[in-house]
Write a protein that binds this ligand. Structure first.
Ligand code: RIB
Ligand code: CA
Length: 321
């Protein structure tokens, strides 16, 4: 780390936990959020744009450009997660409509413009289906020369959520995820295995919700919408940081433990479609012995996370008096 803020672009489907990620990105001094792009996922893309603008406004963020992206995946139809994120995608907590407007260019154009305009290589943080990222890489492959790393929230080493084996962002657009993995830049997979563990204790959630500061209070309301198992001692409902953990890992890479592993996305129709197959074997198996090794992208897969470290990091950045 040079000590200078890391140039970051987030591609999101805001989304309760995408909002927690945005709040952290605009308030942490080590992150220079240069643009935000929106894609259909948790809700429809226009709802994502609206929610993203609202969060940036509530946080008192600078006028960061927000681009509207893909309305649906490359192949699949839109299959939202409104049952998790509410009808409006923001937990139906009744936020006011934004006064800010989106950029006058689409997401892919904005991504290319802001990536190439950055004075230092950009860390791209998708926290959503990867449709915009795939379209970017296929339309403007030259952008990779100014991408430091892609840290994506997606996939799972072990258990899925959209299906038994597939995580929602990858399941929603498996082909796009497969394109991402062959981007030719360093990739970190922040999957469900770590995503689900980073939880803010109930007492902290309660304190945030009582704050007079709009961005802090919003953070508390959003966390309350992501209830995790009640704290054993206080019995208070804690809240999962979800996507925000991926951005925390950009500000503090030492907070996660990764291993460089072969990863591929199952594209076949059926029960494994959208699964991220992470090969953790110590040696080749009979498949490679009899049929030869297959070319597979190598990805820095997050296998562990320092939960208290990220909770403290996120609270110290987001909570304002
Ligand atoms: O599977 C969890 C992911 O899907 C998160 O990014 C959540 O916001 C949804 O997009
Ligand atoms: Ca998301």
């Amino acid at each position: 780390m040079t000590g200078q803020p890391v140039p970051v672009i987030i591609d999101c489907d805001t989304g309760v936990d995408d909002a927690l990620a945005l709040l952290f990105a605009v308030r942490h001094p080590g992150i220079d959020l240069r643009a935000v792009t929106c894609v259909a996922g948790n809700t429809d893309v226009d709802g994502v744009v609206r929610n993203t603008l609202t969060v940036l406004e509530q946080a008192g963020a600078p006028e960061i450009p927000v681009g509207r992206g893909a309305e649906r995946p490359l192949i699949e139809p839109v299959r939202t997660a409104r049952h998790v994120h509410g009808v409006d995608g923001m937990g139906d907590i009744g936020l006011p409509a934004p006064t800010r407007a989106p950029a006058d260019v689409d997401a892919v154009t904005l991504l290319r413009r802001e990536i190439l305009a950055s004075p230092r290589p950009v860390t791209l943080v998708p926290t959503a289906p990867l449709t915009n990222i795939a379209l970017l890489l296929r339309t403007h492959p030259d952008v990779v020369r100014n991408i430091e790393r892609i840290v994506f929230m997606g996939g799972a080493v072990a258990t899925g959520n959209a299906t038994a084996v597939a995580e929602f962002n990858v399941w929603h657009d498996p082909e796009a995820a497969a394109v991402l993995l062959t981007a030719g830049v360093p990739i970190t997979m922040y999957g469900l295995d770590v995503f689900q563990r980073v939880v803010v204790p109930g007492a902290d959630v309660r304190r945030l919700r009582a704050s007079a500061e709009p961005g802090t209070r919003l953070a508390g309301e959003l966390l309350a919408h992501r209830p995790s198992s009640p704290d054993p001692d206080s019995g208070e409902t804690s809240g999962g940081l979800g996507d925000a953990g991926a951005v925390c890992s950009v500000a503090d890479p030492a907070g996660i433990t990764t291993s460089l592993l072969p990863v591929e996305v199952s594209l076949a129709p059926g029960p494994t479609r959208g699964q991220t197959i992470v090969d953790r074997r110590a040696r080749p198996g009979e498949s490679e012995i009899h049929e030869g090794a297959r070319e597979q992208p190598l990805v820095d897969v997050a296998l562990d996370v320092d939960v208290p470290r990220f909770v403290k990091l996120w609270l110290s950045a987001v909570e304002r008096q």
